[in-house]
Design a protein. Structure first.
Length: 69
């Protein structure tokens, strides 16, 4: 049984889930990642981008992420 304090779930739109499935085969060439591992890698990647922008430009110039609908 998994520890309820280490994991959480998210709900995704069907299109987003399909995109996640596609990305799971492209992030690691020759390997298909699980959806959870794909999300982990994407979050780590974007967090590193945001962190480097904060360091380079200062926190006052942050642009918030806006979802295009």
């Amino acid at each position: 049984m998994t520890c309820k304090f280490n994991f959480r779930g998210v709900s995704l739109k069907n299109k987003t889930y399909s995109d996640l499935e596609e990305l799971s085969t492209k992030l690691e060439p020759g390997e298909k990642l699980s959806q959870a591992k794909t999300v982990e890698k994407l979050v780590a990647y974007f967090k590193s981008i945001i962190t480097s922008k904060e360091i380079n430009y200062g926190q006052s110039n942050k642009e918030p992420y806006q979802d295009k609908k």
